[in-house]
Design a protein around this ligand. Structure first.
Ligand code: NBY
Length: 842
């Protein structure tokens, strides 16, 4: 407000308002201007990297103008905002998305062509923003796209990691991790060196009592690290609304050096302080569905949560409203338990710094927060040792103990007969050492808790959070089935299919914002011209992937073969091991055939991709086996085109955009009850591929939407898993005979040193087969045979594909965000045409 231009001078500003390019000629002018001035280059040294930079800067100018307007409009309207707190935002590339969301890709294409470049080549220069592991991080990115596209006033808050998820290289069949230097050149972020927050760690707590007897806690001493904001504009599709993603970077609070130390000759330690501070936001932890309890991770969590809350509270305080209105202005969504300390931090701000009573403060906290659970796997449920929390955040530990005390007192009052209940639901686990159970803290501090697919939400209500349903009642626990943005995952990744759909469903600006309009294509399911065009689009996408496979692996695959794809993080519960065992079985079968018989089989390409957490030994063994099988099968002259096994290195968002549109069948084959939702299953079906899968996660709702005749389901049900596991451990565990055959071949050394794969084999044979690979193997093989038979009838196959796509409207992340907005956040969109007043006031 202090820096606002006085009224008499504003006319000059309004007259000179920035606008960004309009049309092809201005686009070209802006690109050339950025090459020649911003980059200080010329037409004599403009390579594709420079053209990418200049094109991005031209688009960035457009984004910034709408972004500023959107933020002004939201400030002026002063309506409730959503804050999405996530340690991961797996954004992928931004340029193509900006072009499409703004609606200027054609302009860029023809402009760049006149300047001597192909738009596709320029787009590919961009490094993925890979600030996430997998589904959880990509979900956050899809949500940002929907929030902006639906005009919700919403901010994302995260960490600006210097290194995102590692780059995967495959060397001699093994995964090797290489650091991801993604910040080399990033035109999409704006450092806000004036937006900083100093964050405290360690120290101790002193209490003072005033004359009225009121006790106040003071957290003192310790060390301070500075959080600096970096802002990323998030454009909505076909709307000027542009939201903000704020990522915090850590710095030494004293600036570059501690000058005292520096002058006293302690140069090394002054640099050391700086490096220690920068370490906090240096690297994304590469585990998915595993909690390792590292101190630096807890530091990251508090650093990010404290900076974000300070920012949110600062914004609220500007409105001069009373504290009780905080939940009318602010909704904070916790993406998993990683930001749960925000609950404690807000309570601390309200009672220690703002002087509210405990109960008033706690009501505000509970009304503000809501928590999304993404897993039931026990090894992924966060716990922090009481000692560590005490050391790093002494005041927070006290508050956690008080939260727990008041909570347990309430439980005791309401359930006096159930003494065991108290220890079961306590936020503090009375183990050695004692642990803080973050999910319980998140539940107690939130007004809603949601799972991410129906089965998953049922499971959390009946298993891991059962007692809390008893305590708080069933209404606190809701389901919001995940969704995906059709802008990136259909329009951007698969322009051919998007325009074919548009020929029936109306222009993309409509159906991409109301995905239920896809159902219009079902009317054309029997239209021969439509079907022919459909098959051509799929073949072209398969050719594009075949070219990519050739260029990265040297292996030639036929686009006429059935493309069978499993791309996701490598995890035993996702069962890539079952897939590769199935591939080996197919190989053995082919080997046993005569050459004439072999010629008659439908050729198949088995495509894998995904990273293993660097410390996950079994996942790395799975990658090694896939590659070893590939080198045997792909070089076996008996086999030829009948079977190829491909492992695509470094699976990420931009590679997913090539792989997913090219699949005929994709595998979503987790042990029933373990995959909370899955979101790539939705992407594959939306792109005209079918699924082979278990009755798990969102597969179940996909089946309900598209019809069970259009999906290949197999395997045991979630309700039977416990009994089967018990039987495998305590009863007699008979290995499926086909799987036994596969194991014997592995152990004979056919795919290299048998010792290398002993862990995978004995997990099934000797260690109770926790993921039920053997229990599901027969049904898996049978269903794969059914896939082959179905694919042979191309007419029926295409009918299944078209019908499925037509019925996928439900899985848009727009539907999902609207459910959050209505049932959890109680927020409304802010239409961009209600712009009145902006530009006049401040
Ligand atoms: O979240 C995934 C689920 O596995 C998947 O089924 C679901 O569709 C998706 C979106 O709801 N979870 C996931 O990706 N989780 C993680 O990446 C993750 C990362 C870190 C930690 C735990 C889980 N951690 O504790 O550090």
């Amino acid at each position: 407000v202090e820096a606002s231009i006085p009224e008499p001078q504003r006319e000059a500003w309004l007259k000179n308002q920035a606008s960004g390019f309009k049309g092809k000629d201005q686009f070209e002018k802006e690109v050339v201007r950025h090459v020649e001035t911003t980059l200080a280059r010329s037409m004599f040294n403009c390579d594709e990297t420079a053209a990418y930079a200049a094109t991005s800067l031209a688009f960035r100018d457009r984004l910034v103008i709408e972004w500023n307007r959107t933020q002004q409009r939201q400030t002026f309207a002063d309506s409730k905002r959503v804050y999405y707190l996530s340690l991961e935002f797996l954004m992928g590339r931004a340029l193509d998305n900006a072009m499409l969301n703004i609606g200027e890709k054609e302009v860029a294409k023809s402009g760049l062509s006149e300047l001597g470049f192909r738009v596709e080549d320029i787009i590919q220069q961009e490094h993925d923003a890979a600030l996430g592991n997998g589904g959880l991080g990509r979900l956050a990115a899809c949500f940002l796209d929907s929030l902006a596209s639906l005009n919700f006033p919403a901010w994302g808050y995260g960490l600006r990691y210097r290194y995102g998820i590692f780059k995967q290289e495959i060397i001699d069949g093994y995964q090797v991790e290489v650091p991801d230097y993604w910040l080399d050149f990033n035109p999409w972020e704006f450092p806000r060196h004036d937006v900083t927050v100093d964050i405290q760690f360690y120290g101790n707590v002193n209490k003072t009592t005033d004359d009225s007897g009121k006790v106040t806690a003071h957290w003192e001493g310790g060390e301070t690290v500075r959080a600096v904001a970096y802002d990323v504009p998030i454009p909505g599709y076909a709307t000027p609304s542009t939201n903000n993603l704020r990522l915090w970077s850590s710095q030494a609070a004293s600036g570059e050096f501690d000058f005292q130390k520096f002058n006293s000759g302690d140069y090394e330690s002054s640099v050391g302080d700086q490096q220690r501070a920068e370490t906090i936001s240096a690297v994304l932890y590469p585990n998915d569905n595993l909690d390792r309890g590292k101190e630096l991770r807890l530091k990251q969590q508090y650093f990010w949560v404290a900076a974000s809350l300070y920012d949110i509270v600062r914004r609220f305080k500007k409105s001069k409203r009373p504290w009780r209105e905080f939940p009318d202005q602010v909704a904070i969504q916790l993406n998993d338990t990683h930001p749960t300390l925000a609950i404690v931090e807000l309570q601390r701000i309200l009672i220690d710094l703002e002087g509210l009573d405990w109960d008033d403060a706690w009501n505000i906290v509970q009304q503000t927060f809501s928590y999304t659970n993404h897993t039931v796997l026990p090894e992924a449920l966060e716990k922090w040792s009481v000692g560590l929390v005490q050391h790093l955040l002494p005041r927070h530990l006290q508050i956690i103990y008080d939260i727990n005390l008041f909570f347990l007192q309430m439980v005791e009052r309401n359930f006096p007969k159930d003494r065991e209940m108290l220890s079961r639901v306590s936020i503090i686990e009375e183990s050695q050492p004692k642990m803080v159970r973050m999910a319980y803290l998140a539940i107690v501090g939130s007004h809603k808790v949601n799972g991410v697919a129906e089965l998953h939400s049922d499971l959390i209500r009946t298993t891991i959070f059962k007692d809390f349903v008893t305590i708080f009642g069933p209404d606190k626990f809701v389901n919001v089935t995940n969704g995906i943005t059709p802008r990136r995952w259909l329009h951007q990744a698969n322009p051919g299919l998007s325009s074919l759909i548009a020929s029936k469903a109306g222009d993309p600006e409509h159906y991409l914002k109301d995905l239920t309009l896809l159902n219009k294509i079902e009317l054309s399911v029997n239209d021969p011209a439509f079907r022919k065009a459909w098959a051509e689009v799929k073949l072209a996408n398969k050719q594009r992937l075949a070219d990519y496979i050739k260029s990265t692996t040297g292996i030639v695959v036929s686009p006429k073969a059935l493309f069978d794809v499993q791309v996701k993080r490598i995890h035993e519960y996702k069962r890539q091991q079952m897939n590769i065992f199935g591939v080996i079985f197919r190989y053995l079968k082919l080997k046993s055939m005569s050459p004439e018989e072999r010629k008659k089989v439908l050729p198949r390409v088995s495509i894998f991709g995904g990273k293993a957490a660097p410390g996950y030994w079994m996942a790395k063994q799975i990658i090694h086996l896939i590659n070893s099988v590939g080198s045997v099968v792909n070089n076996d002259p008996d086999i030829g085109d009948a079977l190829k096994v491909i492992f695509l290195e470094d699976y990420n968002v931009s590679k997913a955009e090539i792989i997913i549109p090219a699949s005929d069948i994709s595998e979503h084959i987790s042990t029933a009850g373990t995959e909370a939702s899955g979101t790539s299953n939705m992407k594959f079906v939306l792109n005209g591929g079918l699924i082979i899968g278990t009755c798990d996660g969102a597969n179940i709702e996909i089946t309900r939407e598209i019809g069970e005749e259009n999906i290949f389901l197999f395997g045991n049900l979630a309700e039977d898993v416990d009994d089967l596991r018990h039987k495998n451990t305590y009863g007699d565990h008979k290995i499926d005979p086909s799987l036994d055959k596969v194991f014997n071949v592995i152990q004979s050394g056919t795919f290299g040193n048998a010792q290398d794969f002993q862990g995978m084999v004995s997990a099934v044979r000797e260690h109770g087969d926790f993921y039920l690979v053997s229990d599901d193997f027969h049904s898996y093989l049978e269903t794969q045979e059914l896939v082959d038979k179905s694919y042979a009838d191309q007419e029926l196959w295409i009918t299944k594909c078209i019908t499925s796509v037509a019925r996928m409207g439900f899985f848009s992340s727009d539907r999902c965000i609207n459910e959050y907005a209505e049932e959890i956040w109680n927020v409304e969109p802010l239409q961009p045409d209600t712009n009145n007043g902006v530009g006049k006031g401040e």
